[in-house]
Design a protein around this ligand. Structure first.
Ligand code: URA
Length: 234
């Protein structure tokens, strides 16, 4: 618990005497109710407003993680290390990964507490493109590439939506870039299976306008840059 006047001073709402004045004038609400006593004790997580403006609300943070294999993309796990374990020192509350990657998949993960952005990137209706670097057990013939593009049967009600698929230059037919706009469970692995192949290495390299920073070491994270935030519309 903390005194209301101290709470406001700590959040740069004015000097002690200025915030006392604001409170006495009835301009401050705590959890929706006017509070006129500067000395009243409030919970650190209380919702405090001055003239209707929320003070000290949770600040939104955005990190790019280069997920290594062997780490699960859940927020908690009893056995495995999680992606959030890799961001233990990162400032910000209630962080969550945006979407899931399999334990053995590497690459781009966006970690944030901005639920609205997460929804925007994950909503099936938005068809946000996710591009994967896919290494396969056997060569992907031209015919399979065309099938992946058109849509394949992965045991769902419908074929997969049209995708982009192209060979990774200089890797012959053993690696492709696959861009999908859905996020079905194990989708890329199942798509390759549907054309009689098998994924032996998978790495996400982009999600919407966000591209994996290849200079970010596996297991490392950094805040999104201004340009990256702008590209995501945040
Ligand atoms: N598709 C998969 O099969 N696995 C992932 O981790 C992501 C997409």
């Amino acid at each position: 618990m903390i005194r209301l006047d101290k709470f406001l001073c700590d959040r740069q709402e004015g000097s002690r005497s200025q915030v006392k004045e604001l409170i006495r004038k009835g301009r401050v609400c705590v959890n929706g109710l006017v509070e006129k006593k500067p000395e009243s004790k409030i919970d650190e997580n209380a919702q405090v407003t001055v003239d209707g403006r929320l003070i000290g609300g949770e600040s939104l943070v955005y990190y790019m993680l280069n997920k290594p294999a062997g780490v699960v993309s859940a927020t908690r796990d009893n056995f495995d290390k999680t992606v959030l374990d890799l961001l233990q020192d990162a400032p910000g509350k209630n962080l969550s990964p945006v979407g899931r990657l399999d334990k053995d998949t590497e690459g781009l993960m966006l970690i944030t507490n901005d639920g609205e952005l997460a929804h925007r990137l994950l909503s099936p209706k938005k068809h946000v493109e996710k591009t994967y670097y896919v290494k396969t057990k056997r060569p992907v013939e031209k015919e399979s590439l065309e099938k992946l593009k058109a849509g394949v049967d992965i045991g769902e009600e419908k074929l997969t939506l049209p995708a982009k698929a192209e060979y990774v230059p200089e890797e012959g037919e053993s690696a492709i870039y696959l861009t999908i706009t859905e996020g079905k469970f194990h989708q890329v692995k199942r798509m390759l299976q549907a054309v009689g192949n098998e994924v032996i290495y998978l790495k996400r390299i982009s999600m919407g306008e966000l591209k994996l920073d290849e200079t970010l070491e596996k297991g490392c994270y950094r805040p999104l840059t201004k340009e990256e935030r702008k590209a995501l519309g945040i």
